[in-house]
Design a protein. Structure first.
Length: 327
């Protein structure tokens, strides 16, 4: 087991660092303290995730590649959260909606501490003050990336707020297993998904995956879904939908000819997004459409402003766990 880190820049009067975790089997994981970002997963000489060309690129333009996105990942309709008789208004940064926490946690520089023992890990912490991005409550976040000798990368996010608030963060890594996601196969334990409207928000409750492009209960090539004639696929230009997990493990298994990723989580849903917008331009000019796919472990977005499912009580502990096993 080995850990080390290198400084590569400065932002907001803080050092930007790349932290390396390596296990005894030769698997290497690289994490950035900018955005508590999973930058690379190197196995058998291949990168299992989509990455930008250099660590410096991540802070040049918001891209969500591997970032810890919060306080809320995804959209909030009209930016409104109703609790009791009150309506709390969040900034509108996606047309008439709020998305990805505003200037979110993926755009901030986290403090960190590496540790090496039976596992190689890094602990990252962030203090997000009351009122930042319109969210109530002083929020303390703690993210841990931990690599073991079974080639499992454990991701854990804990958080506590001193006020009633809403919180639904996510790790936004795009997986490709060293190939293109479009060509990979996927099996997922989800019998239902959430159809969405033109704005990318649910509008008619859950729907059965059976008989649709969203049926991954048995192993299926992702490209078959992406290039189907399904109206929901066409509406979002690909996969961009929440899947409701049925409680059976693993949540998802992604496979190529040479590698396999197994995903286990305590989240009730996975939002799958196939990088529909990537087009080899901007800071991510090395990435094209359908090159990678996310498994965003989170609470699914809601149709209206009742966000009770993601409401965090004062000093209540939030805990999100995701395990990624690479073979």
């Amino acid at each position: 087991m080995k850990t080390n880190f290198e400084k590569y820049g400065r932002k907001d009067d803080k050092d930007l660092c790349e932290i390396t975790l390596e296990n005894d089997a030769g698997m290497t994981v690289k994490v950035l303290n900018y955005g508590a970002t999973l930058e690379k997963v190197l196995l058998d000489g291949k990168n299992m995730v989509l990455s930008l060309k250099t660590p410096e690129d991540y802070s040049k333009q918001r891209n969500f590649l591997g970032g810890t996105v919060g306080r809320i990942a995804g959209r909030v309709r009209r930016g409104q959260w109703k609790h009791g008789n009150e309506i709390h208004q969040l900034p509108l940064n996606d047309g008439e909606n709020h998305i990805h926490g505003g200037v979110g946690t993926d755009m901030q520089v986290w403090d960190f501490r590496p540790f090496c023992g039976k596992t190689a890990r890094v602990d990252l912490t962030l203090f997000d003050p009351d009122g930042h991005n319109g969210y109530p409550g002083n929020l303390r976040l703690h993210v841990r990336y931990e690599l073991d000798n079974d080639n499992i990368l454990h991701y854990r996010l804990d958080a506590t707020s001193d006020q009633l608030t809403i919180f639904n963060p996510v790790n936004h890594t795009y997986f490709n297993l060293g190939e293109r996601a479009e060509n990979l196969t996927l099996q997922m334990n989800a019998d239902y998904y959430l159809p969405v409207d033109q704005e990318g928000l649910p509008n008619r409750g859950i729907a059965e995956v059976a008989g649709t492009a969203f049926d991954f209960r048995k192993n299926k090539r992702i490209g078959d879904s992406l290039h189907s004639e399904d109206e929901q696929i066409k509406l979002r230009n690909g996969l961009d939908h929440p899947f409701i997990l049925n409680g059976n493990n693993p949540a998802a298994v992604l496979s190529s000819e040479d590698h396999k990723l197994t995903v286990i989580t305590n989240a009730p849903a996975l939002v799958l997004y196939a990088g529909n917008h990537f087009d080899h331009t901007g800071v991510a000019n090395n990435i094209g459409q359908y090159d990678g796919i996310t498994f965003e472990a989170q609470y699914p977005p809601t149709e209206g402003n009742d966000l009770g499912q993601i409401t965090l009580l004062p000093f209540e502990k939030f805990e999100r766990v995701v395990d990624w096993k690479f073979e």
